[in-house]
Design a protein around this ligand. Structure first.
Ligand code: GRF
Length: 192
């Protein structure tokens, strides 16, 4: 397949299921996709999501989190080797150090299942429902060394219905995540 001129290299970091990765792979296969996934890294060698990368012939590996330094140094080498223009975290459950962020020197973005700055960290859906919020949603933000705190690039709201529980809300938000992440990555890459 002929590649779209100006296509950029992205890498994705995951820890688990990888449904966002799956949606990014699907998008990247489109003829006019502005990005190519050249590398997938997981801190968990058993992450289910690695399977999606393997199935599509994308270089992927689980790097054991023996220590943050070990994981980050190995990742950095690979990111440089594969000329990665943008690093996208998708369900990556570790916090990257300031030193990693500086050494990588390119933009790192993350997707989070809440309307940040509300509900940083885990159990976002449970907390939104417990607080009787009318809306939750998904946020895409720049990654800094502070958890879920970098500049917000894009957000999309999702209405919380009376009938929703954490599981149904999670499903609705994931659907939105799959829709917005490829679009926002494309936009970010156009502005690089
Ligand atoms: C997503 O809700 C993402 O926003 C959060 O972790 C979840 C990962 O899901 N950071 P998946 O692994 O992409 O299915």
């Amino acid at each position: 397949m002929e590649e779209y001129p100006g296509r950029k290299n992205i890498a994705v970091m995951i820890s688990g299921k990888g449904s966002n990765l799956k949606s990014l792979i699907k998008h990247s296969k489109k003829k006019n996709s502005l990005f190519k996934i050249v590398l997938v890294i997981s801190n968990n060698p058993d992450a289910y999501g690695l399977k999606f990368a393997s199935q599509s012939g994308i270089k992927n590996l689980g790097i054991k989190f023996k220590s943050k330094t070990y994981f980050e140094n190995r990742s950095l080498k690979l990111l440089k080797k594969h000329n990665v223009d943008l690093l996208c975290l998708a369900g990556f459950m570790k916090i990257l150090s300031n030193s990693f962020i500086k050494k990588f020197s390119k933009l790192i973005i993350n997707i989070h299942p809440s309307l940040l700055p509300k509900y940083k960290g885990l159990n976002t859906h449970e907390r939104a429902i417990k607080n009787k919020d009318k809306y939750s949603g998904a946020s895409i933000h720049k990654v800094t060394q502070k958890l879920d705190s970098g500049k917000i690039i894009f957000q999309k709201k999702v209405k919380i219905l009376k009938s929703d529980n954490a599981e149904s809300l999670k499903k609705k938000i994931l659907k939105v995540e799959h829709e917005i992440y490829p679009k926002v990555i494309t936009k970010v890459l156009t502005n690089l």
